[in-house]
Design a protein around this ligand. Sequence first.
Ligand code: IMP
Ligand code: MG
Length: 185
Amino acid sequence: MIEDDIEKVYFSREELADIVSKLGAQISKDYENKNLLLVSILKGSVVFMADLMRAITVPCNIDFMCVSSYGSGTRTSGTVKIIKDLDIDLKGKDLLLVEDILDSGVTLSYVSALLKTRNPNSIRVCTLLDKPERRIADIKADYSGAHVPDEFVVGYGLDYDEKYRNLPYIGVLKREIYSNAQNKE
Ligand code: IMP
Ligand code: MG
């Protein structure tokens, strides 16, 4: 069972539902009469995106971008690779980048700078979780669901080595799961 690898539950299903509905209400207010395009940064934000879009009551388009900045460890590799680009033309769109977690900020500042060159009307960032102490890049979230301390969390889309994305809550991974792997790096 994947549950056995979890030290403690950080945000339960119910707490996540509450966080997402508050974000959805705020975004719906702010994007009335705008041209909202939700851009989900795969794969981590897929569960959050699916819930958030249903908590938004104004018209919107959606698109997906897949980037990778992590190897199998728990720290950023510092390089960002585009694995799947957007399909939609960004001209005139009010982009909202939807992220699972803003950590060093390297991934999102790269993506945001790239998308700016395609002349959207505006770009903002919505992250479910924020680890502000770990920020390296100059980027902040316009919408943030909750702060988390410097602990590695998984579930609700977030992975460790591509696992645990299907946990319905967010939990802290037992240290022994990744310390063995890191010692080998
Ligand atoms: P950044 O470029 O360092 O901000 O990295 C952001 C990405 O790193 C996120 O989209 C996640 O995929 C991953 N990440 C950062 N912290 C965690 C964590 O605690 N658990 C799982 N993934 C994380
Ligand atoms: Mg990840």
